[in-house]
Ligand binder design. Structure first.
Ligand code: KG4
Ligand code: ZN
Length: 339
């Protein structure tokens, strides 16, 4: 069976093609066309600008993906129906519908958050349950339990900004363009030598006995600190490095604390991570170290499958293939779709 997966939920136009042979997954193509160059000028993603770019890019990305996969016969089309930016979701859905119609194929609508976690099954189908799942992206920070395969219960989520959004906003304060996560990561790795400058930010909600998150306060703390510093300090390389390091550490500390508390409470056998922020190397290292100490198995997708991609949509489409339909009208964008 060959599945073509389409994602246009935010600013990347992505198409992946997956072959499934007796529960063996083979990646035939995974093309991502980034809109970063367009959005970085504005410091964030503008939905209608992104929609226009998706419209332009979708046929190009499809052509590239099909060529890479050597023009296979597709059996199923899978498309993100939510959550995401509504105009962008519709662009992908309408494109998927016309492609499905043209080829007389069934179509399945996919939850983007679920796909960020299910991509972990690409290389490992023998995952033990219950599993604690953490999705950390630009739009979401959400912790949920997978009691059984495809059965979910939300444990907690962000009350305001997502962790990725916090990375993006802090980067902007420091004068870096969108997306901020990779820039903060790079900055945090730089050497400062000995410096008298001390920077400390809060770990929001870390001790609260729930599984919710809040990162807006962290961004505000950075903004206050930035504003109270003298120009020559806040403009210095050392200041930016120390802020980047402390913000990154604060986010990692909170995510680890809540995830492992949930793991212990629910006696989870596995931890599954996903989402763009999980591409962060320090976060990956610290989660692995803590999992080893806690004797729990952890699965983290390859970096290229952490950020938005069409392959995770194709794989999730395979797991939900019985929901596929030729009654295309049934599939609609759901900007606030829940897990
Ligand atoms: O999952 P994703 O590609 O899109 C959404 O579904 O939102 O996540 C994008 C987010 C952005 O906020 C970006 O700054 C963040 O992931 N990100 C990172 C890194 N790479 C991407 N954050 C921290 N470290 C990274 N290396
Ligand atoms: Zn995403």
């Amino acid at each position: 069976m060959i599945i073509l997966g389409i994602d246009t939920s935010c600013d990347d136009t992505s198409i992946g093609i997956l072959r499934v042979k007796k529960k063996n997954f083979e990646i035939l193509a995974n093309i991502v066309s980034s809109q970063v160059k367009i959005h970085e000028k504005y410091g964030g993603v503008w939905p209608y600008l992104a929609k226009r770019e998706h419209k332009k890019n979708l046929p190009i990305v499809l052509k590239k993906a099909l060529r890479k996969a050597k023009n296979p016969k597709i059996d199923l089309i899978s498309v993100t129906k939510g959550p995401g930016l509504e105009p962008c979701l519709w662009e992908g859905i309408n494109f998927a519908k016309s492609l499905a119609k043209e080829k007389n194929l069934p179509l399945v609508g996919i939850n983007h958050i679920e796909a960020h976690i299910l991509i972990n099954f690409l290389k490992n189908l023998k995952i033990k349950f219950p599993a604690v799942c953490l999705v950390v992206s630009g739009g979401h920070t959400i912790l949920f339990l997978m009691g059984k395969f495809l059965k979910y219960k939300i444990l907690g989520q962000t009350r305001d900004d997502a962790a990725g959004e916090c990375f993006d906003k802090v980067a902007r304060i420091l004068g870096f363009s969108y997306p901020g996560g990779p820039k903060i990561e790079k900055l945090a790795k730089k050497k400062t030598g000995k410096s008298k400058l001390k920077i400390k930010f809060p770990r929001p909600m870390i001790h609260q006995k729930n599984y919710d998150f809040s990162f807006a306060g962290l961004k505000t703390a950075v903004l206050y600190d930035f504003k109270k510093r003298k120009k020559e300090i806040r403009g210095s390389k050392i200041y930016k490095i120390l802020v980047a390091r402390e913000v990154q550490q604060s986010i990692i500390d909170v995510l680890i604390e809540k995830t492992f508390r949930a793991t212990k409470f629910y006696k989870a056998k596995t931890i599954l991570l996903g989402g763009g922020v999980v591409a962060n190397e320090k976060l990956r290292r610290e989660f692995k170290k803590r999992a080893k100490k806690s004797k729990v198995k952890i699965l983290i997708p390859e970096k290229r499958f952490c950020t938005d991609n069409g392959l995770m949509i194709a794989l999730t489409g395979f797991f939900h293939k019985e929901k596929a339909t030729k009654n295309y009208g049934k599939i609609e964008a759901e900007a606030n779709l829940k897990i």
